[in-house]
Design a protein around this ligand. Structure first.
Ligand SMILES: Cc1cc2nc3c(=O)[nH]c(=O)nc-3n(C[C@H](O)[C@H](O)[C@H](O)COP(=O)(O)O)c2cc1C
Ligand SMILES: [Fe+2]
Ligand SMILES: [Fe+2]
Length: 401
């Protein structure tokens, strides 16, 4: 992408990465992404907002040069220091000898360890502080945990332009910068949802706080760090509304205790049934569906687990461990928002029975509250095992009432 003028003296100089298919390990990116970066010129000073991924430096510097000589840059504002925004900073700095870097307090610490430069020209952008470019002022608004502790927004009141960083962004790549030119709006909308879930899903209370900070601002354009620039009257309102909706899920008031399991010969599945019966004896209107992990898409299982009040998870012991699909499910736990969640572990085994202790270690590592009485059955459950599974389900649910 070449540079592109967005409005009077505000330019997009970022780069496209249409081929990216996995981002931050945790998310698939069907539509690639872009590393957005902006130049804002005042009558006196020039600011660069966000840098870019190191791999894209050569194209990036060409884009900057289309707008100004890098030596003319007075300020480099990093709303967030993740390497997709800061990776090229160390290469860029020698070309910008006059630049002062503005980052949040947390960002100033991260940046030292990301660049391994001890003498960076850093100024901490304090809450509500601003820099005057001449004819336009850029104000710094902290946005912690959207999605790192260092995240912040930069706001130009006179332009009505918000530099929102990852917030409101998307991993979506088309050759144009503005949302008005998106060719496949339904693909774009699905990318917004995938991005929100992966990046902001763990930080919903912070999303609500961030939206509140934007409430009084008359935003005409949101210059995100990924995907199209959002404009009022096109996608901006859509994305803001979805963020508000997704961050305040409607509760149906019911206690949900899903039961997840795998089973080679059906025994762990039989235990699941009896645990369910026990749970329903205690809480008859609980949502207590049983999920064979191999028969449901991971996205569904992940949602059920992460939005549950408590859950049970079962695995047979196969070759000295729990089985891979169960580990896979537990790798999708939202570790930030599931702390202390009650979990019951169960499973059938033959001789050594490692699945239950191994799952217990994992769940404890996720800071969940593992119920002390796991349901462990040797081979095929007997009547006494069924009775024990039912009683355990009953008492496990008892702590949730
Ligand atoms: C390939 C294979 C490996 C096994 N390895 C172990 C093991 O290492 N330790 C153990 O306690 N049981 C082991 N077992 C026994 C199973 O845990 C036992 O058959 C259990 O009842 C299976 O539960 P399921 O019917 O829910 O699959 C193994 C079974 C199979 C088929
Ligand atoms: Fe980020
Ligand atoms: Fe990012």
């Amino acid at each position: 992408m070449a540079s592109c003028k967005l409005t009077d003296n505000i330019y997009s100089v970022g780069t496209l990465n249409p081929n990216m298919r996995i981002f931050d390990v945790i998310m698939t990116t069907e539509f690639g992404t872009s590393y957005n970066s902006y130049i804002v010129k005042g009558s006196e000073k020039t600011a660069l907002i966000e840098v870019c991924h190191l791999d894209f430096f050569d194209r990036y510097i060409e884009n900057i040069r289309e707008v100004c000589d890098p030596a003319e840059i007075d300020y480099i504002i990093l709303n967030h220091c993740e390497p997709d925004h800061s990776g090229a900073l160390a290469r860029l700095l020698p070309l910008c000898p006059n630049a002062q870097i503005y980052v949040s307090q947390a960002g100033s610490i991260y940046l030292k360890n990301i660049t391994n430069c001890s003498s960076l020209p850093v100024t901490v952008a304090k809450d509500g502080s601003s820099i005057d470019l001449g004819g336009r002022v850029l104000k710094f608004i902290p946005a912690p945990f959207l999605h790192w502790p260092d995240s912040m927004f930069t706001w130009s009141e006179s332009d009505g332009v918000l530099f929102s960083c990852d917030f409101l962004g998307s991993h979506y790549c088309e050759p144009y910068t503005l949302d008005t030119r998106v060719t496949y709006p339904s693909c774009y909308k699905s990318a917004v949802k995938v991005y929100y879930d992966a990046i902001f899903g763990p930080f919903k209370p912070y999303v609500v706080a961030g939206l509140r900070k934007l409430d009084g601002l008359d935003i005409k354009m949101a210059c995100t760090s990924h995907g199209p620039v959002l404009t009022s009257g096109c996608m901006l309102e859509y994305v803001l509304d979805r963020y508000a909706e997704w961050s305040c899920p409607v509760e149906n008031g019911k206690i949900s205790i899903p039961i997840f399991f795998c089973s080679a010969y059906g025994n762990t599945g039989l235990i699941a049934q009896e645990i369910r019966n026990g749970i329903l004896e205690t809480i008859p209107d609980a949502e207590c569906e049983i999920y064979d992990i191999n028969e449901h898409p991971m996205s569904e299982l992940q949602y059920k687990l992460n939005t549950s009040s408590a859950f049970a998870v079962g695995s047979p012991t196969i070759n000295g461990d729990a089985v891979a699909p169960v580990w896979n499910l537990l790798s999708h736990v939202d570790a930030i928002n599931n702390k202390k969640k009650p979990v019951l572990v169960f499973g059938s085994y033959g001789w050594s029975g490692e699945a239950i202790p191994n799952l217990t270690v994992r769940l404890t590592g996720l800071k969940m509250t593992v119920y002390s009485d796991a349901v462990k059955v040797q081979f095929v459950p007997s009547e006494a095992d069924f009775e024990n599974a039912r009683a355990t389900g009953k008492s496990f649910a008892g702590q949730l009432r």
